[in-house]
Write a protein that binds this ligand. Sequence first.
Ligand code: ME8
Length: 678
Amino acid sequence: MSRDQFYVTTPIYYVNDIPHVGHAYTTLAADTLSRWHSLCGADTYFLTGTDEHGLKIEQAARAKGVSPQEHADRFSKPFRDLCGVIDAQNSDFIRTTEPRHQRVVQEMWKRMEEAGDIYLGEYAGWYSVSDEAYFTEEELVEGKAPTGSPVSWVVEKSYFFRLSKYTEPLLAHIEAHPQFIVPTSRANEIKRFVEQGLRDISISRTSFSWGVPVPNDKDHVTYVWVDALTNYISALGGANGELYERYWSSAHHIIGKDILRFHAVYWPCFLMSAGLPLPQQIIAHGWWTVEGEKMSKSKGNAIDPIKAVKAVGADAFRYFLLREIPFGSDGDFSQAALITRINSELANDYGNLLNRTLGMLKKYRSSILPAAVTPTSPLWGELESTLLSAVEKARVELCTAMDSYKFHEALRAIWTAVSAGNKYVDSAAPWTLAKAGEERASDLDRVLYSLVELLRVIGVWTLPFLPAKSQELLESIKVPQESWRFDSTTADSWGVLTGGETLASALSLFPRVEGPLELTRQAPVIAVETSAEETSAGETHTAEQTSTKKELKASKQKSSKQKSSGSSASSTIEFDDFMKCEIKVGCIRAAEAHPNADRLLKLSVDIGEEELRTVCAGIASAYQASELIGRRVALLANLKPRKIRGVLSQGMVLAAGEGELIRLIEVPDGPSIGEAIR
Ligand code: ME8
């Protein structure tokens, strides 16, 4: 049986820096996609590597007093190691200084030359070394490249590529393949650019020698982008290679938005000229900042993947990067957001489901899994049907999200199944069944089995995202390896575990993390502005000290904010004052968007009264309404009802944090709904 192929690549990274979170992000997205397609049965190939030629590298090596090759060897290694650090399973790692690559670059050149698309001319223009690109006078911004890097006027003999010839063919290809460039906003950007008409580009250099020699002209080396882009084919053995035959037609290039034009304009035109088919898709993702700032060497604020993995583990790091922002959008890496996601979604939501399931199985059945209960079994009940339909819905959403590179949606979908599991525990109340003894033994068996089966499904789904932890889970609950496949998770395949297996009695996959974490590459000595009471003028601080000071300042600001809003941190209240608050255990039965306020959700909360309480909560930027159903919350029940934007709110759910980071205070299982919280 022939299987679909899926070939995925990352950019090849420059060896002028060491890897940071931006590089890790692209590699991890490509890895997750590759693993996802494997899980779905495809024959996958995943390529990453390093880009080692060009003036930039030659100059960096010279500055360090080493040869360009030595420099490249030294700086390529951390990128190769990065894959291991973040648990990326690449099939190959290509380096542009390898002979296998250089051979194919020259072949590519010859093909383009034979097509009549290369001619010798003279180039004069503003050249930026750090961008490896020429700019026209009009493109300069205040005498610099649009990126802000310095430019110099260069005149040299150069070979040119007839890019202009491909304006129409490229536009036609983009029109005919609406999914060629994603997201659509980026495709439109490229279309607008091409519609203005493409100009021929210079594709060789004589001003330096660190590159692939142009065939039959030793004075020239190939322009770095002709060299670099060809890696996607050279790693497959060139256009006649076996791997090329097998994978090229399924190529997907994952890149950052910074290099879209090279991939979506130059590369397809080079390929058309060489008579080779175009890749299937070019997928551009957004840009990470750190704590609201651009990452830069001078600021020393680049997140080091090695440190991040050391601090929170590879899988939690992967989870955060993919869950935090929509793939095509820019996003910010903040330590607070990292910690919140790990603690609330991994340790809390997922951890609870896992702990409760294995804990109860141990307590009530000595960790032996009861016999399978499937939808056709007489024991199957309504609660199981509800659970299974939530799982089926999540499965569909997961597929849709992955088809459009919405990793954050995919994880959100999986977590709706986690919530459905936690809700199932609450509704099925296994502890009550256990109390009833023999009489309800088969009901208890059914609940325990269903929970483990749910864990199996979640374990399989999370394999592409959290590979090591998912594997640990699947092994702990004895899921046979042959069913670690996506098609084992349909509603029809509910019941893969047969029962009778002895499972692990406990498993701690994601421990809670506490800040502050040391995540940046280095803590440079930098001057900070301080007030006279904190330090004498001119003193310097390490970044660590700075952040402590920042935190200090923030907490001071916070407490002064509290003071001004009337709740002075220093004043105390009497016990009786507190006892006036009726805080009760509640359960959210329904949730929807507030009709008149984007920030608010309208919740229906059960606190054991005849009618549900309507509560307006300012949590819409942190929660989807659907994921709240079934959550146990703390509700301030005797707060005077008040109309909020036209809806009468009868109480307040307790939460901590602000904006997107706000999290509901959750109530553990045990106390029943309506019970007082003291
Ligand atoms: O451009 N946020 O290499 P490069 C998100 N050699 N992604 C980021 C990022 C950030 N802040 N910073 C870097 C090159 N990246 C060429 C590529 S390909 C034929 C040649 C990621 O080392 C993102 O994928 O500058 C971006 O496109 C890539 O690193 C740039 O890596």
